[in-house]
Design a protein around this ligand. Structure first.
Ligand code: SAH
Length: 236
């Protein structure tokens, strides 16, 4: 019995040592500073967004060697020439979606999975589409290891959205097409559905747009100038 106990303890230690996810979160202070100086200091006021940005371990979504920069005020490389957006942009786009908590949200451009995790903390279900298989698989594994159960992954061209689970309450696009893909407009709710999306060509300035459908009518508002990686696939 005693030996069995020793073996179990030994096994637990081995598993603990090999777990890729840091059990002890050394980055709480960095997150608090990020929220205070980059978000509250600007125009992020939605308490759900602020709370979530304090919770999601952004450093887990970037490469080991750039972990220390994870909470800095700029975007970071995540492989395949892609980037994870600056914390402020993640917070701003999430705030623009005006989430209450019971929504079903579609994300185009899974990338590292960070934005999906931020959404999953707030809403009921998150559906996310990524064109690169390698990025989707890597982010799916991390998301599962972190314990999220309400994020659903698809590998494909997000230009076409994800028809199967439509209509969505909201869609967030984290790569920039030249124009709003018509499929996305079709896949939001007719009354109250919204899309937050950067729009603009590779060489042109991009604008972060908020698009809303109110009783079937589409209303678009330009928010700020942004720089996202281009949407590839059909839209090019
Ligand atoms: N939301 C991500 C940031 C993603 S960067 C995060 O939090 O990390 C933009 C992502 O969009 C990249 O991963 C890129 O591969 C992906 N992408 C580009 N074109 C796409 C398309 N047509 N469909 C789906 N994903 C696309």
């Amino acid at each position: 019995m005693f030996i069995l106990l020793i073996v179990i303890i030994f096994l637990l230690i081995v598993i603990y040592e090999h777990d890729e996810i840091d059990k002890i979160d050394d980055y709480i202070e960095q997150r608090q500073n990020m929220v205070a100086s980059q978000l509250k200091n600007r125009d992020i006021v939605d308490s759900k967004v602020l709370q979530t940005m304090l919770t999601v371990p952004r450093h887990q979504f970037v490469d080991e060697r750039i972990k220390e920069s994870a909470y800095n005020d700029y975007p970071l490389a995540i492989g395949e020439g892609q980037t994870i957006s600056q914390p402020y942009i993640v917070a701003l786009m999430t705030q623009l979606l005006e989430l209450k908590g019971d929504e079903k949200v579609l994300e185009i451009g899974t990338g590292s999975g960070y934005q999906a995790a931020v959404l999953a903390e707030i809403v009921e279900e998150v559906y996310t589409v990524e064109i690169y298989e390698s990025l989707s698989k890597k982010s799916e594994k991390l998301i599962k290891d972190l314990g999220y159960r309400n994020i659903h992954f698809k590998i494909g061209d997000g230009y076409y959205g994800w028809e199967e689970y439509a209509p969505y309450d909201a869609i967030i696009v984290t790569c920039a097409p030249d124009y709003v893909p018509p499929y996305l407009l079709q896949q939001i709710r007719d009354d109250g559905g919204r899309i937050v999306i950067p729009v603009g060509g590779i060489w042109m300035a991009q604008t972060l747009m908020k698009i809303e459908k109110i009783r079937g009518e589409v209303k678009s508002t330009g928010i700020i100038g942004v720089r996202f990686v281009p949407m590839i696939g059909h839209s090019r």
